[in-house]
Design a protein around this ligand. Structure first.
Ligand SMILES: [Zn+2]
Length: 140
């Protein structure tokens, strides 16, 4: 188990979450990797091919774009046109996510969902990283 966030390590990891890592998944991956965690990406053998798979901890991290995955932060911010297309489409995505997460949990995996809107700044990404680490701690 890597040393979880001594102050020095913490600032080291923080400094490596660059502002150019705007993609939450990339930033989280980089942070986990820097802390010594090893993972697989988009494991085809698991329901829904989860984004980040940490087999040793039987934990997956799902990093979700708020629009495509129908996060509540987007309620009332749908595209102006083609509502009859978008509403069922996005609802279908959310249902599928739900189904996959449930299937994973049934197989004994812990599922951590991280939303894009929760990763808008470096500090927020770091907060999510710490959240993920708490799950990994529990899974030890
Ligand atoms: Zn959101």
């Amino acid at each position: 188990m890597p040393d979880v966030f001594s102050p020095a390590k913490r600032s080291d990891v923080m400094s490596r979450i660059r502002s150019s890592d705007t993609k939450p998944e990339v930033a989280l991956r980089r942070g986990l990797h820097r802390l010594g965690y090893r993972f697989r990406l988009h494991d085809r053998l698991l329901p829904g091919r989860p984004d980040i798979v940490l087999p040793k901890y039987r934990t997956v991290v799902q990093v979700r774009g708020c629009f495509w995955h129908g996060h509540t932060c987007h309620d009332g911010h749908l595209p102006k046109s083609r509502h009859d297309y978008w509403i069922p489409k996005l609802a279908g995505n959310a249902r599928r996510d739900h189904r996959n997460d449930r299937a994973l949990r049934r197989l004994g995996w812990k599922v951590v969902v991280v939303w894009e809107c929760e990763c808008a700044t470096r500090e927020k990404i770091f907060r999510q990283l710490r959240r993920v680490l708490r799950y990994l701690d529990m899974a030890r």
